[in-house]
Design a protein around this ligand. Structure first.
Ligand code: PMP
Length: 405
């Protein structure tokens, strides 16, 4: 028995049934499942330590503040950066909004914001907004017919256009493609562009080393990496982060307040007004500890083998079209069966207990570049087993038989 697959026993939800069928959870790209230690940590906080952070002098507040700040240190270590470069946010979406809204204030007409055609709406709309408010223009690094980033064109555009911002996803949530963000960041630095990398999908599968990547900003969501919903992070190189204008305002972010004016603390505090998601951060801390204890090389080998196994099985079904880059991939497969509507197949699969996503996956521009209405998406994680894939393939074949009558 593979030791990585054995870790599935740490995920209580994976033992449940759906309408009498064992759950086959293939939707980790939407949100990952949570190991027991994360659930316990959140439970423990409310049962034993519930108090606000950075406020009280009493013991509970001190215990909670210390644990809360330790998670910042843990995440910083995980990403190979420093703790003062980590801002807690509600998720990748908010993190990108903080950066885009902040940068927008220094952009003007004629400036260019460059994104890729693979972006999630969360890494498109805030930049559109930034362009609209500043008069800058939004341009797009193209993909080929399979949905793979055209790296040569991307690098060329960066060199030619000298954009003020290059914002790109580390891995596509729809197709699983891993982008060569290293090359993009290098080119962007030459062009003096600010680099913003969306790590929402990559964080769990690729364990990004940000000192090595050398981007200016990197964002992620805890819930996609075994942690709870409603918490995420914004990494920013300290000078770039601290130079960003404030985003939301309120208590705790301030140095002094009078009725006429306010002075603000330095980053990360200046981006963290109000009571934060304390239980969320603590739960994320437990997730990071859990991930830290898994041998990363084994995890990657296992995930890639499972991905190939699933890909091979899908490719053997007549009428299946697979999109994206099947070589450099985090373990996400987007596909369609003939011209059948993805929604119908997903609904049939659900009746077999198979949970996957169908639709545009919050990447409408990419789906339209591919000339389709949407896809079915299997997104695997290390807690999936070969038996999950077998059950999915069998359910897919039965669904196709039903459709074909
Ligand atoms: N970027 C990518 C690539 C994503 O997959 C997602 C979530 N689907 C987001 C950004 C937004 O993350 P969240 O909804 O957690 O803020």
């Amino acid at each position: 028995m593979n030791i990585i697959a054995e870790l599935r026993h740490d995920f209580p939800l994976l033992t449940r049934t759906v309408d009498g069928q064992p759950l086959i959870y293939l939707d980790s790209g939407a949100t990952s499942q949570k190991p027991q230690c994360v659930i316990d940590e959140i439970n423990d906080f409310y049962r034993k330590n519930n108090a606000n952070v950075h406020r009280g002098l009493h013991s509970l507040s001190e215990i909670t503040t210390s644990k809360y700040e330790q998670v910042r240190v843990k995440l910083a270590k995980y990403l190979a950066v420093s703790a003062q470069e980590i801002v807690w946010t509600s998720g990748a979406t908010e993190s990108i909004n903080i950066v885009a809204a902040g940068i927008a204030k220094s952009l003007s007409q004629g400036d260019i914001i460059l994104i890729s055609a693979l972006e999630h709406h969360a890494n498109i709309v805030p930049w559109q907004q930034a362009a609209k408010l500043s008069g800058a223009s939004l341009q797009v690094m193209p993909v080929d017919q399979q949905g793979v980033l055209d790296l040569a064109s991307a690098l060329d555009m960066i060199a030619q256009l000298q954009p003020k911002v290059v914002a790109c996803t580390h891995a596509s949530n729809t197709l699983g493609n891993i982008n060569d963000v290293e090359a993009i960041i290098k080119a962007a630095k030459k062009a003096d562009s600010v680099t913003v990398i969306d790590g929402a999908q990559a964080f769990l599968h690729l364990r990004p080393n940000l000192s090595h990547l050398d981007c200016d900003f990197y964002v992620g969501s805890a819930h996609k990496a075994l942690g709870p919903t409603g918490v995420g992070f914004l990494f920013g190189k300290y000078n770039k982060l601290n130079a960003l204008p404030i985003f939301k305002t309120g208590g705790e972010m301030i140095e002094t307040v009078t009725f006429s004016t306010t002075t603000y603390r330095n980053a990360p505090a200046k981006f963290e007004p109000g009571t934060p998601n304390i239980s969320g951060v603590l739960g994320f801390g437990a997730a990071l500890d859990y991930l830290d204890n898994i041998d990363y090389d084994r995890l990657q080998t296992y995930e890639q083998a499972l991905f190939r196994y699933c890909l091979d099985a899908l490719q053997n079904i007549e009428g299946i079209t697979i999109y994206g880059d099947t070589e450099n991939n985090i373990g996400t497969i987007s596909f369609n069966y003939r011209a059948e509507h993805h929604y119908d197949i997903a609904t049939l699969l659900n009746s077999y207990g198979v949970a996957l996503r169908s639709g545009h996956h919050c990447t409408q521009p990419l789906i339209s570049e591919l000339g389709i209405a949407g896809t079915l998406r299997v997104s695997l994680a290390f807690y999936n087993s070969h038996a999950d894939v077998d059950a999915f393939i069998s359910a897919l074949k039965s669904s196709i038989e039903l459709i074909e009558g």
